[in-house]
Design a protein around this ligand. Structure first.
Ligand code: PLP
Length: 447
């Protein structure tokens, strides 16, 4: 299949193919031409992105279901966001000095999470998680971090422990394992790895309470489609009792499943929430938000030489830069002032999941379609395993790649190994095109 597509891409998209070859000569990482885990058989090089559609270098147009891995909830090149970026750029990009855009973005984020909340800005979700964990260590005076198997928290050493494709040990009490060469062994070894939704995880947190600074998790694991509010409430109670901070990683779900975060749907709130993607309006961004009492641990005012042992340092030359902040604020204002965006996205996701499930059932393709709140996935496996590690082991990689290949031929771009995302820009016509492409693709996969 890979060879077929290589041949075909050479014919359908010669400029894309030429760029891929040039990229291989100059660009090591990150490259979306040849991924780290499973090299892409279907590279796409985009000349123009508008609304729900991408046009490649060769003029082929696709309905996009990648959403750039999450930031583009309004669709590409939304007029309000483009105008905000142009206006901020024309005023002169500033960073490393105070500017009104960063304050406006921080105020919008804080107000979406609750009274007396404050914000630390960063340049990516990876950085946001690093800052949150540092605040947790500084505040508790404890070193260790607990995290859940299969939850990705960015590409830092800590973020990559047991994060997505490599797992080890007893499923109920996993051993920590790195997901890259070059990670610090000590960071891996110090991490306590848990299972989302398992009572045993709560017992293990209590047993390690004296060493744990925090538990970090994706409260609505986006890649897995699971959401267990009862577990989140139990987790909050156990951590409060143990003096362990709860850190929600909402880099994907923040401002996507609700204006604000999963805490608005779960009936429980964490101590700190990490954000990224949407809050940058398509430009690099991250943030940590939390109650002032907790997040003020990172306050940088005061006497730097006096309380250096109790304050957590957060920096970043470009953190809070005016162009990113203007793009982020414009995006949040659109979402805040048009709350129907969220209900419409939820309804459309539910429609698509039901439609694709029915079509797969009609033609007897063993695939499960899951999703909610604009995020969905199509998994080609035969069972419905509960644990992430079993899901990965059961995944039919060939079928997954074949599906992406056929969908591309029918004018739909999707990330082969990532969840898919709808944006406010997807029209009824786009959804019908996706539905039709799905029907044709799964039939071809059977033939
Ligand atoms: N946390 C989660 C849940 C993510 O999905 C990601 C990225 O996809 C990150 C953190 C890291 O964010 P970034 O890629 O902006 O560094």
């Amino acid at each position: 299949l890979r060879d077929t597509f290589q041949r075909e891409i050479g014919e359908r998209a010669p400029r894309t193919q030429a760029l891929r070859e040039e990229a291989a000569r100059h660009l090591v990482a990150p490259t979306h031409f040849d991924r780290f885990v499973l090299p892409s058989a279907f590279p796409l090089a985009v000349a123009q992105a508008r609304g729900s559609r991408l046009r490649d270098l060769d003029g082929n147009e696709y309905v996009d279901l990648s959403g750039g891995y999450g930031p583009h909830i309004l669709g590409y090149a939304h007029p309000a966001v483009v105008a905000a970026i142009q206006e901020a750029a024309a005023r002169g990009a500033v960073n490393a000095v105070g500017n009104p855009d960063e304050v406006r973005l921080a105020a919008l984020i804080a107000a979406a999470f609750g009274q007396d909340h404050k914000v630390v800005l960063s340049n990516s979700g990876t950085e946001a998680v690093q800052i949150a964990l540092r605040i947790a260590r500084a505040r508790t005076g404890r070193q260790r971090v607990a995290k859940f198997e299969g939850h990705y928290h960015g590409f830092s050493d800590q973020g990559l422990v047991s994060s997505w494709f490599r797992y080890r040990g007893d499923p109920r009490a996993p051993e920590p394992v790195g997901n890259s060469a070059g990670m610090q062994d000590a960071v891996v070894a110090e991490t306590l790895v848990l299972q989302y939704g398992e009572e045993e995880s709560l017992r293990r947190i209590a047993a390690h309470a004296d060493e744990l600074a925090c538990v970090v998790l994706e409260p609505m694991p986006s890649a897995l489609g699971d959401f267990d509010p009862v577990f989140l409430r139990r987790l909050a109670a156990v951590c409060a009792e143990a003096g362990v901070l709860v850190v929600y990683d909402e880099v994907v779900t923040g401002f996507r499943v609700h204006y604000g975060g999963v805490q608005h749907l779960a009936g429980t709130a964490p101590d700190l929430t990490c954000l990224g993607k949407i809050i940058g309006g398509g430009l690099p961004a991250g943030a940590v938000v939390g109650r002032a009492e907790v997040i003020d641990t990172a306050r940088t005012s005061g006497d730097p030489f006096r309380d250096v042992d109790s304050r957590a340092f957060a920096g970043g030359t470009m953190s809070g830069n005016s162009i990113t902040a203007a793009a982020g604020a414009a995006t949040l204002l659109e979402l805040r002032d048009r709350p129907q965006i969220y209900s419409r996205l939820s309804d459309r996701t539910a429609w698509l999941v039901a439609d694709l499930t029915a079509q797969a059932g009609d033609c007897g393709v063993p695939c499960r379609v899951k999703g909610r709140n604009s995020v969905f996935s199509v998994a080609f496996d035969h069972a419905t395993p509960r644990l992430v590690r079993d899901r990965l082991a059961g995944l039919d990689v060939t079928a997954t790649l074949a599906f992406a290949y056929h969908m591309r031929r029918y004018g739909v771009h999707l990330p082969e190994l990532h969840t898919m995302m709808l944006s406010a820009a997807h029209s009824d016509g786009d959804l019908e095109q996706v539905s039709e492409a799905f029907g044709k693709s799964v039939r071809e996969m059977l033939s």
